[in-house]
Design a binder for this molecule. Structure first.
Ligand SMILES: [Zn+2]
Ligand SMILES: [Zn+2]
Length: 323
């Protein structure tokens, strides 16, 4: 199985956020090292920083992160987190508010055309199918149906104690198995680490004029076959080889009794015994409609009797549970 949560994260360092000057229109100014516009000297608006394009980010070597920039509670000018007093008006920075920061860019997804009629169509088809099944197979009504005949069948399985060749995995072979021969073949698969990783890089605005680039990597797995021993072997056991059958159209079912082996034959090679016994009792209605029923229900109705029963509304077949 593939273990989840094996994500390895690694910081790739801090990089300059960018900002554009509102005053003179200078573009691509550096968030950390240019607190004022290089062209006109206007102060930076920390709420309008943005991420540089992929591959164009400028790294800040040995950056010490003190925390997000803050707005002065008195004059609203931005200042670094380490500042005790506002650099513009001198007011203490106690109770100051963090700058807003920007969310990492989300890859654009092409908007899909909404096809409102597809779910409507699917729901209609399902509703129609449910109605069709109900109309054809479930809908019932009462009816008077004539009982045409009673039938019975009784069967006894004839078993022989003989050698059979079977195949199973080595750990599932019975203890009394003989002449066993095995070979190795694939039983399952297991997930193995290839040593490679798939990685994505996330950018997080640190709100001090820099962003941190964080690499997240997950290991790559491949599936490998797991082999086990598959064995064929001989086992002596009772196996059904024949069926003795009796049937009739009266109300007196009997078990077949001609040429049957005893039921309690000891297990020895080539011996035969009686196996499972099964009885089937059937009531016949018009148009070869039949119901298999219990002995009590079978004897409740007489041939020729008109019985009040439940039938399928569409086919007229008797609902056997209603007998
Ligand atoms: Zn400027
Ligand atoms: Zn201030």
């Amino acid at each position: 199985m593939r273990a989840m949560g094996e994500i390895r994260t690694q910081s790739e360092g801090h990089f300059e956020m960018l900002w554009d000057c509102d005053h003179c229109g200078a573009k691509g100014l550096l968030g950390l090292s240019q607190r004022h516009c290089a062209e006109c000297g206007a102060p930076q608006n920390p709420d309008k920083r943005y991420f540089p394009k992929e591959g164009e980010a400028k790294i800040v070597d040995g950056h010490r992160y003190d925390g997000a920039d803050r707005h002065c509670p008195n004059c609203n000018a931005p200042a670094g987190a380490a500042a005790k007093n506002c650099t513009k008006c001198g007011a203490p920075m106690d109770g100051s508010k963090e700058v807003r920061g920007v969310a990492a860019p989300v890859p654009k997804v092409e908007p899909k055309k909404k096809r409102w009629w597809i779910p409507v169509l699917i729901i209609s088809i399902i509703a129609l199918a449910i109605f069709g099944i109900w109309y054809r197979w479930i809908r019932k009504k009462s009816a008077t149906v004539q009982v045409m005949a009673h039938k019975w069948t009784r069967e006894i399985a004839i078993e022989e104690f003989k050698s059979v060749r079977e195949e199973k995995w080595a750990n599932e072979v019975p203890r009394d198995a003989e002449s066993r021969s095995c070979y190795s073949k694939q039983r399952s698969t297991k997930q193995v680490k290839t040593g490679e990783e798939t990685c994505t890089t996330e950018r997080k605005d640190k709100k001090d004029g820099t962003f941190e680039s964080i690499k997240k990597c997950t290991p790559v797995y491949r599936s490998e076959p797991v082999n086990d021993d598959w064995c064929s072997y001989t086992l002596r056991k009772w196996v059904q080889v024949d069926t003795a059958k009796a049937s009739g159209s009266d109300l007196n079912p009997v078990w077949p009794d001609k040429g049957l082996p005893p039921a309690d034959t000891p297990a020895s090679f080539g011996a035969k015994r009686q196996g499972k016994k099964t009885e089937t009792l059937t009531i016949v209605f018009p148009d070869d409609d039949t119901c298999e029923v219990s002995d009590a229900v079978w004897r409740k109705y007489k041939d020729g009797q008109k019985a009040k029963v439940t039938v399928r509304a569409s086919s007229g077949d008797v609902v056997c549970d209603s007998l």
